[in-house]
Design a protein around this ligand. Structure first.
Ligand code: ADP
Ligand code: MG
Length: 267
């Protein structure tokens, strides 16, 4: 059975794609079977996995419109060691096309059910909005991983996201939980970041992951080589942090109680 996680934050440039690609490679590196789903028409996670978005035969767009299955549409990231359901500009049209279709929120969920036995982890890279695409992601997932920078406005945006998760949990997907907040691009020398980090821990407790991802230029350089940072420079501080995060995720999933997520609060 696969565990399905959305990497979501409605702000752009907060590290969603970097988290998705490097967590995928980190998990693959410790023997997990991983599918990365790119739900952002920008296709950054696709390109960052070494898959050319311009030459995709099928993409997540075809899966949402049910003109292809995931086994038909997936491609392999050889360097990353995981499968990719890619995205490109075509996906921006899906938003409009889905509105007229039935089960529009559940298309991805249905497609993922068919490959449930093939993967240990499915990671969904969401676009920077709370759109129909993000909703498809949230309706498919067991949990949400929220990468965030420890800045003042980060906390403000978090309230909206937490409310969205609560609403999806109440109305569309009883499995959905906020799994955790991942502090990214962290620089402990900046006092404000340390303060916001402390506030996060005070407010969200163990919903804040132990692993902290530092600001590290090697992580930013890796996509231009079509490689996850974990593969591009395994010795870098950023790569090592993502490997540690992959281990933390495996431990969390192993420690989860199987039943009863529907009964509790999602956040
Ligand atoms: P999002 O998907 O939320 O828009 P990205 O993952 O694309 O965010 O990250 C935004 C930018 O920040 C990218 O240029 C990326 O390379 C850079 N970046 C992300 N995480 C780090 C990090 N830990 N250290 C340095 N640069 C980072
Ligand atoms: Mg992105």
């Amino acid at each position: 059975m696969s565990r399905i996680f959305c990497i979501a934050n409605q702000k752009g440039g907060v590290g969603k794609t970097t988290t998705c690609v490097n967590l995928a490679a980190g998990l693959a590196g410790i023997g997990q079977r991983v599918l990365l789903v790119d739900l952002d028409p920008q296709g950054n996670a696709t390109m960052g996995s070494g898959v050319d978005k311009r030459t995709l035969g099928h993409s997540v767009y075809d899966v949402l419109l049910e003109t292809a299955s995931i086994p038909e549409a997936k491609v392999r990231s050889d360097k990353g060691g995981y499968d990719v359901l890619g995205a490109n500009r075509e996906l921006s049209g899906a938003e409009v096309e889905l509105v007229a279709l039935e089960r529009r929120n559940e298309r991805l969920r249905t497609a993922l059910k068919a490959v449930d036995a093939d993967y240990d982890f499915v990671l969904i890279d969401c676009p920077p909005s709370l759109s129909m695409l993000t909703l498809n992601g949230l309706c498919s997932a067991h949990g949400v991983i929220v990468p965030m920078q420890c800045e003042y406005f980060a906390l403000e945006g978090l309230t909206d996201l937490v409310n969205t998760i609560k609403q999806v949990h109440a109305n569309l997907n009883r499995d959905l939980q906020l799994i955790g907040l991942l502090r990214v691009m962290f620089d402990p020398r900046i006092t404000l970041q340390t303060q916001v980090s402390d506030q996060l821990k005070a407010h969200f407790g163990d919903k804040v992951f132990d692993t902290v991802i530092p600001r590290n230029v090697r992580l930013a350089e890796a996509p231009s080589y079509g490689l996850p940072g974990v593969v591009f420079d395994p010795a870098s501080k950023g790569a090592q942090a993502f490997v540690q995060f992959a281990q933390e995720m495996v431990a969390r999933v192993a420690g989860e109680l199987p039943a009863d997520t529907a009964a509790g609060s999602p956040v």
